[in-house]
Design a protein around this ligand. Sequence first.
Ligand SMILES: [Fe+2]
Length: 264
Amino acid sequence: MLKDEYKKVVKQFDKYYDNYKDFSEMISLKYDHSYKVDNLMEELGKRLNLDEEHIYLSKIIGLLHDLGRFEQLKQNNSFSDALLDHAEYATDYLFKEKHIRDFLDNNYYDSIIEKAIKNHNKLKIEDNLTEEELFYAKMIRDMDKVDIYHQVASHLSHKFDFIPSEKVVECFYKGESVPKDILKNNSDHVLVYFSFLNDINFKESFDILEETNNFNEYTDSIKVTKWGPIFNVLQNDAKKIIEYRNDKEKIKLLRKEEDYGRIK
Ligand SMILES: [Fe+2]
């Protein structure tokens, strides 16, 4: 039963964190984030009618998904996956080096946990996952984003102070995620976070996002020093994506050619 094993996961996670906590102040942020995402995964699991065993599986994925952040911050004091991909680091540590057994005796769910962690930070989920692997990969991507809005609002400061790049705006309105290599300015970075909304998989995730108020907390925290009217259009359209949940038909109407025109 994963419910009984969960205590061991928590104990080992805290022990692992203890080895890292003195390297960077930012490590404690990721520690808190891990527990928040654990709780959010539990909430989403309940709303998706999972049984108790699978709710605990969701929680374990939530708690372990950012394990690689600790080593990433220790090595580079940065959240850059270009320097060290924290998801790859975590899956190597847990599954190639078999440290997952320090956390969990039950090996039945290994591939689900591995694929969920591996895919949580990628632009898109890899092909050829099983239906179950894909389901948990989608769950973690959604709940990670919900708390990331809160994390950024409380600990980082995003600025909107330049006209966003055309390609980035296009990605947002096409319903795509924004690849990092096309970012040119601070406002493009804001649009990366707005475009997260295009990659939320369950309507229940939108419900949770709305109830937490984390997206509003994020937008309120952005320092808009220039191009305010453009920011307002983008912000309103982002809020409409939340309002429309996964209704692609309604979202399509939002992405009219005029919208691109309004931004250019
Ligand atoms: Fe992560």
